[in-house]
Design a binder for this molecule. Structure first.
Ligand SMILES: Nc1ncnc2c1ncn2[C@@H]1O[C@H](COP(=O)(O)OP(=O)(O)O)[C@@H](O)[C@H]1O
Ligand SMILES: [Mg+2]
Length: 320
């Protein structure tokens, strides 16, 4: 069947609430909308707990949404059944932050990478072995690594194994959930460069999650900024860095150190004051109002919607 679709992935009015008991709901994702074009990388940034991983997990069907839909190649992924559901699992993969916790310590690298190949019945016997060696090669490891266990590797190498495992079933789309946050700074660029190279060679589409804007800058075509379960700004990567609109994005950008000491000393820093409100019973109006230096009366009452401020630069703020 051929489907007509504009974007590889489209997220519409997505909500994910967790029941935390006593009749209370934690709003981990509250009405999120975005799309991802085929072959591009959308960066997703925001402080810890703002809902990034939950978003990634809903996209690849690890979680059911509370409301809204995720369209992949035009189809609602949470309504897929049987063979169509298995096909989707092959097309959409996830790479995790902690490559140690996400790799089974009792399995060899060969078995870790081979698992998906077996589940989806892709290769057998010699071809399977050949494919595993090929994947090790693609991620910068070699066949001597196949019979070792995860603890025998460094953090960067373990993340390479995680990437090989995701690639084993030839996905189109990968959610990279903070894949470099747990790594040494010196290794981070290597893994980002590997992901960029793989994207070009294999025509992959990424959602690249990070808590730090600096990390997504290099790899993302566009960046979405998340705050307390909502996207507050979304724009092309360079546009977002050079012309941030939302006070929260401005604060995040001003927190990135500049390499030039003279510039670093002279610039103004916007400090984020106050705490993030709780996602359980979040307040009325704008969720950023208590930390924003520019809040107006309307910000107390009405929650701003994400609006196009021109040229696909979206912002959820009453100041624009
Ligand atoms: N399984 C769960 N049950 C209850 N609350 C959860 C669960 N997973 C995440 N949360 C809560 O949802 C919010 C968003 O979490 P998460 O998506 O992991 O944030 P991030 O990845 O941005 O750090 C947090 O308040 C977190 O405590
Ligand atoms: Mg997370």
């Amino acid at each position: 069947m051929v489907f007509e679709y504009n974007y590889l992935l489209e997220v519409k009015n997505l909500k994910k609430y967790f029941d935390v008991g006593y009749g209370q709901m934690l709003k981990a994702i509250d009405n999120v909308n975005f799309f991802i074009r085929e072959g591009e990388t959308l960066g997703l940034v925001g402080e810890s707990g703002c809902g990034k991983s939950t978003t990634g997990r809903v996209l690849v069907r690890l979680y059911e949404p509370t409301a809204g839909e995720v369209l992949f190649e035009g189809e609602n992924v949470h309504q897929l059944k049987g063979r169509a559901a298995r096909e989707f699992c092959k097309k959409a993969q996830m790479i995790f932050q902690d490559p140690y916790a996400s790799l089974d310590p009792r399995m060899t690298v060969r078995d870790i990478i081979g698992e998906g190949i077996d589940i989806h019945n892709l290769y057998k016997g010699k071809e399977r072995t050949h494919r595993i060696y090929e994947l090790l090669n693609i991620v910068g490891l070699n066949k001597e690594h196949a019979d070792r266990y995860p603890h025998e590797f460094s953090g960067g190498q373990r993340q390479r194994i995680g990437i090989a495992r995701a690639l084993a079933i030839e996905p189109k789309f990968i959610v990279c959930d903070e894949p470099i946050s747990a790594l040494d700074v010196s290794i981070q660029a290597q893994i980002v460069n590997l992901l960029i190279k793989l994207q070009q060679e294999l025509k992959l589409t990424y959602l690249f999650i990070a808590h730090d804007l600096r990390m997504v800058k290099h790899i993302s075509d566009r960046v979405a900024v998340m705050y307390l379960g909502n996207i507050v700004e979304l724009a092309e990567s360079i546009e977002l860095y050079e012309h941030p609109l939302h006070p929260y994005t401005k604060a995040l950008i001003s927190a990135i150190p500049i390499a030039d000491p003279k510039l670093e000393r002279s610039r103004q820093r916007l400090l984020l004051e106050g705490d993030v409100p709780s996602p359980i019973n979040p307040p009325q109006g704008c969720l950023f109002k208590k930390r924003c230096g520019f809040a107006k009366p309307i910000c107390e009452e009405v929650k701003p919607e994400l609006k196009n401020s021109g040229g696909e630069h979206f912002v959820a703020c009453h100041l624009y």
